[in-house]
Each structure stands twice: as structure tokens, then as C-alpha cells.
Design a protein around this ligand. Sequence first.
Ligand code: NAD
Ligand code: IPM
Ligand code: MN
Length: 365
Amino acid sequence: MKAHIVTLPGDGVGTEVTAAAVAVLQGVAEHYDHHFAFEEHAIGGGAIDTFGEPLPAASLAACQRADAVLLGAVGGPKWSDPNAPVRPEQGLLALRAALGVYANLRPLQVHPALANLSPLKNEKLKDVDVLFVRELTGGAYFGAKTRSADSATDECKYTVTEIERVVRRAFELARGRRRQLTSVDKANVLETSRLWRSTVQRVAADYPDVKVEHQLVDSMAMLLLTQPSRYDVVVTENLFGDILTDEAAALAGSLGLLPSASLGNGTHGLYEPIHGSAPDIAGQGVANPVGAILSVALLLRHSLALEEEARAVEAAVHEVLQHGPRSRDLGGSAGTAAVRDAVLVALEQHACIHRAIFAGVRACG
Ligand code: NAD
Ligand code: IPM
Ligand code: MN
């Protein structure tokens, strides 16, 4: 197949992990006979420096034309002055809003070989397989903001439409998994959460085959650590989802491992690791590219409907996490390029086995 992919490497390690992820997409194209055309554009702090704005019109237009968008990360100390008039993160938020990608899927699995890296006891991590569905284009991130010398406000607003579409997506996803949905809110305090909860309750009637529970976000933060294997699909609003998924990444062993897919109504999607620009390690070639590479698997699955290829990438990553090489955040000493190359070798092996089965032959080198 032919696909047109826009890359937005962004800032800090964003550029490093995106380069590795693109190499994996090129590997997929080569081994499975696809043609992927890449077009790179500016976003974030680098875009502010060059164009004076964090999401130049040309970047957005290219993203809108593409079949899928692969993003690294934005931000960094250079642009973090709290009084700065324009910030890299605004570019990312504007992109999510303009693409209408309201459902942010953040899968969490714990690789058994990495369980020792988690601060939790190994037995708690057995069978952890959670899909977070984070609302991505509403809530406090997008409400009106005010600032005066001695006060500031961030309005948190949700409409029923905004809640219902992401909740329905979560129910649909639960149907393809273990049919359990946990909706996380703060309905004991927040009006937006009460609207959220009543919407979930109403929509649940359309999904009688899915078991629904409601959990307050503060206790959810605790339960994620004490009973992580209890959860299947977790749906929540924008800010709660942001915080809970960084917490969840600690269970997997590193923030560098988790991918994400941001989807709207069609197949168009924005794919990015959940981590940021990691200024403390940027420019050293040591960032873990796994979150970005697993985001490529999600891109293949959700935007290009290439399930076999998506699984091959996931299997290749699984193998590398099992046998190494491992990056520094995982206790190893391999750089980004060495991890990328190991994934490419494992991918080639998978593709060969796939072709051999397809052709009915048994040899694979
Ligand atoms: P961060 O995610 O950049 O880093 C947190 C910690 O995790 C750091 O110690 C970092 O070294 C480590 N880490 C992150 N990614 C890693 C990887 N791939 N491999 C190994 N270690 C990794 O969070 P932060 O330091 O709080 O934020 C830095 C900047 O990134 C901020 O400007 C923030 O706004 C931005 N940010 C952007 C995104 C995004 O673009 N999607 C996401 C989160 C944060
Ligand atoms: C993420 C990031 C972003 C968010 C920031 C950089 C705007 O933390 O993708 O998780 O809060 O959504
Ligand atoms: Mn975040």
C-alpha cells in the first residue's frame, strides 16, 4: 500500500526517537512491500525559534493532508519561562484540537523481563494489561484562561457531546478486550465529573455486555499501584488521563516505553510516545526509542489497517526487551541507535517468517 506520513520530530529527544521510529517504518515498508512517503515539519520550540509560532500553518496543513502523523515531543527549558507569551506545548494542543483527535489511547503492558525495574513487587505486575482512553481535546487544557498580577484561572468545561464520543470509543474498545470499563472522575467535587458520570451511566445502557465501574481519581491513583492487574479499559478526562498514564509508565519500568494513538472519527491519527522532550538526556543519543517505535505499531494498526505489520513491530520490540540491547533507563548501556538496529533485525526475522509461511517454505536466515 501507499501511505503519506507527516513527521513532527519537535524538540529534545523528540528528534532522536522519531528518527528511530521512521527507520522502523522504512523497515516495514521494505519487508512488506509498502511505499511510505515521509514529509517532515516543524512544531514546538524549534518552530517558535524559526517561524515565531509553535504550529506553523504549513505544518498543520501537511498534517491535515497526511494519512497519519508521527510526533516526537515538544518543549524544553529554553521555552519554559512562565511569563513567555508563546509556548511549544501550545503547538501540540492546537494540533490535537485541529485534527479533532479526541480519543488518546495509551496502552500499558508490563514486559515480564522488565518487572524488576518497576518500583512495585513483581507479583503485582503479573497480567497487567490496561488500555487508558484519555479525552484529549477538552477540559482544563482548552478552557478560557485568565491571569492578573495576583490571580489566575483555567476554566474546565465539558459538553455531553465531548464526553459521549470518547466514552463510546472506550466501550467499543472494551468489547474487543476483557469487557470491563473503569470510568475515572472526581464526581464528589467537580460538576464536570458529575456530567461525565451521568453520561457514562446513560451510554452504558447501549453496552450491556461491558461491566462498568466508576472510580474517583484520587483512589484510582492508589489502586493503579496496589491492584494494577484488575483494570482493562480506563476512560477519563484530559488532565486526569495525563497524570495517571505517567504513573502507569512507572509500572512498565520507564516513561520511555509507552506509546499513544490519538484518534478522531476516521482513520486519521496522531501518534506519539507519552514522554516529553527529556531535556536531562537530550542530545546524547541515549533516549529509549521504544515508546516511539510502539507508536508506529499503533499507526500501522489504526490509520493504515496493517494489523500483521503492527504485530510484527510489537513482536520485534518484545524480543529486544527480552534479550537486549537495553537503553540506560532500562538499566542497560545501549544508545538509541543500537536499540533501533536490534528492533530492525528482529523485524526482518519476523517478516521473513511471515513470508515463508505465506509461500509455504521453511527457510529463514
Ligand atoms: P519528560 O517526559 O520529558 O521526562 C521525564 C523523565 O523521563 C526524565 O528523567 C527523562 O529523562 C525521562 N525520559 C523521558 N523520555 C525518555 C526516553 N525516551 N528514554 C529515556 N528516558 C526518558 O518530562 P519533563 O521533564 O517533565 O518535561 C520536559 C518537557 O517535555 C516539558 O517542556 C514538557 O512540557 C514536555 N513534554 C512534552 C510532551 C509531548 O510533546 N507529548 C509530553 C510530556 C512532556
Ligand atoms: C502529554 C504531554 C502534553 C499533555 C503536554 C506537553 C501538553 O504531557 O502528551 O502527555 O499534557 O497532554
Ligand atoms: Mn503527559
